[in-house]
Design a protein around this ligand. Sequence first.
Ligand SMILES: *Cc1c(COP(=O)(O)O)cnc(C)c1O
Length: 392
Amino acid sequence: MNTQAAIVEGTGKYVIENYGRLPMAAARGQGALLWDADGKEFIDLFPGFGAGGVCGHCHPAISDAVKAQADTLLSHGNLFTNEPQVDLAKRITENAFGGKVFYCHSGAEANEAALKLVRLAAGEGRYKIISFNNCFHGRTMGGLSLTPEGFQKGFEPMLPGNVKVDIGDLDAVAAEIDDETAGVIIEPIQAEGGVNVPSVEFMQGLRKLCDDNNLLLVCDEVWTSPARTGKWFAYQHFGIEPDVMTLAKAIGGGLPVGVCVAGPKCADVLVPGTHGCTMGGNPLCAAAGAAAMKLIEDENLLDRAIHIGQRVADAINGAGIEGVLEIRGKGALVGVQLDDSIQAKDVMLACMEKGLIICIAKNNVLRVAPALTTEDSVLDKGLAILVDVMRG
Ligand SMILES: *Cc1c(COP(=O)(O)O)cnc(C)c1O
């Protein structure tokens, strides 16, 4: 195997540098541990940037399902169906709000499907979608159109008619609704935008506004589901149901799966010829996703998410660190708001030095989102490093 330096150098030479990556090559993972290509061990409290969310690295329940499927059939296109995609769809819809799913491979693609579905359902002349400041809905032209201007620079013009308002401001939402509005898209908790949790009143008011104006409400749950926040899906914290929900990141158990879930009201909007994805619902990725959903149920990972989030918050609160303004989030999606005296990016890099992986979000927020299978002993070891680094 090549040294880490050689792999990093090869990356710079052959792979487009659109990420601002750290000079590390990931080589192997087990549970909450990750090793780089030189064998250095990390405690990973941010597995897969959300995509390793549920089960940690190489959980045997996932690996076994993938191995078995890999020896059976990898993909076959959408002239046919397969059992794993039915299994995963059943587990998603039965734990959510019924309806049916469309499969693709990423969050951006899932949101594209949702956008097309919303426009088609709304009918001719209604095309505007309302989204929220500090949101993130993906990098494709549609997702980008819904996302704040900073991400759009150089790629204009965007899709027409997309407006953004502040979370919490129902009057602003109402003011933007006109005859051309088709729907509203919101993350039940904004993850990239700084781990921002809306109020129950706001979410319920938004639901009512959509009902009163015949708009479809889309929840982008790409970061927040499944199980991450202590519920199967994060909208379930707010006593509402969306009409459409998009999933990706952790829903594939570590493999690329994107899902657009359409509730009973709009499950039959996308008919043959309106949308598609050649490899969507392929049995390999679907089998991994279904195994992850089964694991959540078998190991009661919803409760585990709450326990882990509490333990993270307790450790940071207990350390009484100056510069911590607020700890927020739900379940095992934890954001730590820092003041100007500590830079989140510096904390993240210093943690890496000491063998701990965490991440940051917009506006000087630290983000911790451990796998829901992380043992307390490993979690505590990681949190000790974090607290130590934050003390400076
Ligand atoms: C990551 C993310 C996306 C985009 O997902 P990709 O798989 O990177 O395309 C969309 N919405 C939210 C809320 C996300 O966190």
